[in-house]
Ligand binder design. Structure first.
Ligand code: XIL
Length: 335
């Protein structure tokens, strides 16, 4: 009798590896909890060049309350990637959303805080030196309305310089490592994109080491056409490499939680084609890679966090592991 995994493998065994269609790295996010699922493991090994740890390389996992660093889970991901001859992309060192007890305790003393801040960055970078092909150094620094940088503990203590300090510390720790600035909703809000690009220009003018711009591309199927292309073009005009870093396209968000997704599937397909075409149209030297935020629909963070009665369908593969029409459209548009 076939179990679910065998059935799923059969569903995908007749398709060419997705990565074989393109000449830039194709990435996927991963958690150690998924590594015991044989279908997930074999599909990830077959179809992708690069792994982004979905949360186990973040501060909330690595940094302990006493300031020590914990690497067991991310090390497992790195070992597995090496077995698959895949690279690992580091995500993420500094994020407004995560700080932790260690830094909260130090916030009254700017000098000590900065020492600990640099030590965290260099400690993690040194541990993964030679094992990752890039790092998101600062993640999501810009407010959605584009008015300013986001408020966070890092900015509160170190001022706006928290960003430059992070990139300089990262570059000192691993001068060969591509350093990325990553943000989301850049296609939704032109003002946010403008402020993001202002930050980038400032960093470039100051000689801050920055090599890649990440645009997450968590979008909903009702995003107007053209926004992704415009965003990729504007970011690429800086001359830096571009990482389309966390692609998924929600039907549920577009349907405003209604149960009927039918009216949004065509739009979803058109958007993934647009993303693939706009990315593939970049000069090859600017294509850092394109990363999908989850393998099968059931692996999506949207379904993990708010599954509800009608799970979302934002990814390329269905729950059984078959390439969906959305995935087929993506492959075709890349080719
Ligand atoms: C999300 C993960 O997918 C979830 O599993 C986790 O609980 C929260 O973070 N932008 C990012 C990613 O940079 O790190 C986020 O990932 C999604 C939004």
């Amino acid at each position: 009798m076939l179990n679910a995994c065998t059935t799923g493998e059969a569903a995908t065994s007749n398709i060419a590896p997705l990565k074989s269609h393109i000449d830039f790295p194709l990435g996927i996010c991963a958690m150690t909890a998924q590594m015991d699922d044989p279908q997930w493991k074999s599909m990830v090994a077959t179809h992708f060049d690069r792994i982004t740890p979905e949360w186990e390389m973040k501060m909330e996992y690595i940094l302990q309350p006493d300031g020590s660093l914990r690497f067991d889970a991310p090390d497992r991901i790195v070992r597995q990637a090496r077995l698959n001859r895949q690279t690992v992309f580091g995500h993420t060192l500094i994020w407004y959303a995560q700080d932790g007890e260690h830094f909260q305790k130090l916030k009254g003393d700017r000098a000590e805080f900065e020492i600990a801040y640099r030590a965290y960055i260099s400690g993690v970078m040194n541990h993964y030196k030679g094992h990752v092909d890039g790092w998101d150094v600062v993640n999501e620094p810009i407010r959605d309305d584009g008015s300013d940088l986001r408020d966070c503990l890092w900015r509160e203590v170190l001022g706006d310089a928290y960003i430059d300090i992070a990139y300089r510390a990262a570059h000192e720790a691993d001068p060969a490592c591509p350093l990325v600035l990553n943000d989301y909703n850049l296609e939704y809000y032109p003002a946010k994109r403008k402020r993001f690009l202002q930050l980038v220009e400032g960093m470039m003018t100051r000689g801050t080491p920055l090599h890649v711009l990440g645009t997450q591309t968590h979008i909903a199927a009702d995003l107007p056409r053209g926004a992704i292309t415009q965003t990729i073009r504007e970011l690429a005009a800086t001359g830096l490499k571009i990482h389309l870093s966390e692609l998924d396209i929600s039907l549920k968000e577009a349907a405003k939680n209604a149960l009927d997704f039918r009216n949004y599937r065509d739009a979803q397909r058109a958007l993934i084609e647009e993303a693939a075409e706009a990315y593939a149209a970049l000069p090859s030297g600017q294509r850092f890679g394109l990363t999908i935020w989850g393998l099968r629909d059931k692996d999506s963070w949207y379904n993990r966090e708010n599954r509800g009665v009608r799970p979302d369908e934002p990814l390329l593969f269905d729950d059984k592991g078959a390439l969906k029409p959305l995935g087929q459209a993506f492959v075709k548009a890349l080719g």
